[in-house]
Ligand binder design. Structure first.
Ligand code: GLP
Length: 244
């Protein structure tokens, strides 16, 4: 779906999320949301916060799982995705703190494997993710599933691609300070979501959007795995869609 502007597109996506939350509320069910960081989802979060404040949208039945976190990374660090999510969403809504799940960048290496298995297990025990929001990196990563990520991969630690670290460098005062690794939800974890919406804005995403939607399905561009998912929508602005 192509919108004129990212704002209009984000408002539409936020509406869909709000509708799902309300529907689940009306049947006394939990709503399991998979959430993304980066600049792409910021306006969706702004709109959800507005709906909470002005329209009484409640997040009391919402449980969230974030896609990824740098590793190692403390929660207090302003560059952490933990900090980002609280700043842009969680601090402004009525979600229960115990319902927030973000990969923990402080888990020691010896415990990490089990930690990742438990992250996936928790999602599956809740019946899977109802709605997964995604951005896309210029390498074709979703979450931090960099090129080479297997379609069956679960949540795990991953080495970040050089391009990803260049793109993150402005937030870290130079590439030398960008962590070399991250914890990411796996491709298979993402693909098990009942509904997926991938956001991409701006001309600098046009090339990877084209390769993702029109290219061959391959681990070289992990986002291409979404082509076979039965309920995925790519929500683009006119610039990100300009090479389709
Ligand atoms: C990071 C995140 C991804 C995100 C990507 C794109 O790498 N781990 O989940 O999709 O950035 O970021 P942006 O939305 O700022 O373009």
């Amino acid at each position: 779906v192509i919108f004129k502007s990212a704002i209009e597109a984000s408002q539409n996506v936020a509406q869909e999320i709000a509708q799902l939350i309300r529907y689940k509320q009306s049947s006394n069910e939990l709503c399991v949301l998979g959430l993304a960081t980066g600049s792409s989802p910021i306006k969706v979060y702004e709109e959800l916060v507005r709906m909470h404040k002005e329209e009484g949208l409640s997040f009391s039945n919402v449980i969230t799982f974030n896609l990824d976190e740098y590793y190692p990374m403390t929660k207090e660090n302003r560059q952490s995705y933990h900090y980002f999510m609280h700043e842009h969403l969680f601090n402004h809504i009525d979600i229960k703190p115990e319902n927030i799940n973000i990969p923990d960048g402080t888990v020691t290496l010896d415990k990490l494997n089990q930690y990742c298995l438990d992250y996936d297990k928790k999602i599956m025990q809740l019946g899977g993710i109802d709605f997964q929001l995604l951005g896309i990196g210029r390498t074709g990563h979703v979450g931090f599933n960099e090129p080479g990520s297997h379609i069956n991969s679960g949540t795990r630690i991953i080495t970040l691609d050089h391009i990803t670290r260049i793109d993150a460098s402005s937030g870290f005062n130079g590439i030398a300070n960008v962590p070399k690794r991250a914890i990411t939800m796996g491709v298979s974890t993402i693909l098990r979501s009942k509904r997926i919406v991938l956001l991409a804005w701006g001309q600098n995403k046009a090339d990877i959007v084209k390769r993702t939607i029109q290219g061959d399905i391959s681990a070289d561009v992990p986002a291409t795995f979404l082509q076979n998912h039965s309920n995925t929508t790519f929500v683009l602005d006119q610039f990100a869609a300009s090479e389709l």
